[in-house]
Design a protein around this ligand. Structure first.
Ligand code: ATP
Ligand code: MG
Length: 208
């Protein structure tokens, strides 16, 4: 497994947040690059804020996803791709056609769950050219003690895409770290619970 993509059909689901955190955690294991395929270029903005050399590299893949992935395969062990918030965007279609795993962050809200139905169709379409494509929903901004979050798992079970066992909680650490071009791994004890769930998600997705 080398190419992990954050895809979705809803703005603000957490694609960029998970992208920079997962890529930074992967980079501690093996050379990793982020490819930003979203015309909003949020991952590139995050990298601009990170005024240090050891932050994970981010390359622009908006105009040509295939070329960017081709370049990156030669130099990196892991490629993490941040996608636009629409499955109808041409970048999302290209990414689904070539990635190994598509992670779909979903917030615990009915509107977000309904928006993922369109993703299922696009994943099925992509499997015609990319039969090995794995796609996993990732619950994001979970508030474990709320009734809605408990109902969320039941609602997701009715979709055809499986959900990752690891859910990402709503935590200030995710917001404050990104503002500084950092990740939850840089926050010491303030970020340790978040860092732990990011590690768990990586183990679930790419193995140890
Ligand atoms: N687990 C979380 N806990 C707290 N805040 C979060 C979490 N995940 C995302 N956020 C916040 O939610 C907002 C949207 O997240 P993000 O920008 O990562 O979503 P996105 O899917 O990339 O959005 P877009 O579709 O616009 O690209 C941001 O303010 C981010 O800090
Ligand atoms: Mg984004």
């Amino acid at each position: 497994m080398r190419v992990v993509a954050l895809v979705g059909n809803k703005g603000g689901a957490g694609k960029t947040t998970l992208c920079v955190n997962l890529a930074t955690a992967l980079n501690a294991r093996a050379p990793t690059v982020i490819l930003d395929a979203d015309p909003q270029r949020s991952s590139l903005q995050w990298r601009d804020l990170a005024d240090r050399d050891d932050a994970v590299e981010v390359a622009d893949a908006v105009d040509d996803v295939d070329a960017a992935v081709g370049d990156a395969r030669a130099r990196f062990d892991f490629i993490v791709i941040d996608c636009p918030p629409s499955v109808h965007a041409p970048q999302t279609a290209r990414v689904l056609a070539l990635c190994d795993v598509a992670l779909v962050p979903v917030q615990p809200s009915p509107l977000d769950i309904w928006a993922t139905v369109h993703i299922e169709d696009k994943v099925d379409e992509a499997r015609r050219v990319n039969p090995g494509l794995r796609a996993l929903l990732v619950i994001n901004q979970l508030e474990p003690r709320t009734k809605l979050s408990q109902l969320m798992r039941q609602a997701l079970a009715e979709l055809s895409l499986p959900a990752a066992t690891t859910a990402i909680s709503r935590r200030v650490a995710y917001r404050s770290s990104v503002l500084e071009g950092r990740t939850v791994m840089d926050l010491g004890s303030r970020g340790s619970a978040a860092a732990e769930e990011i590690t768990q998600l990586i183990e679930e997705v790419v193995g140890t």
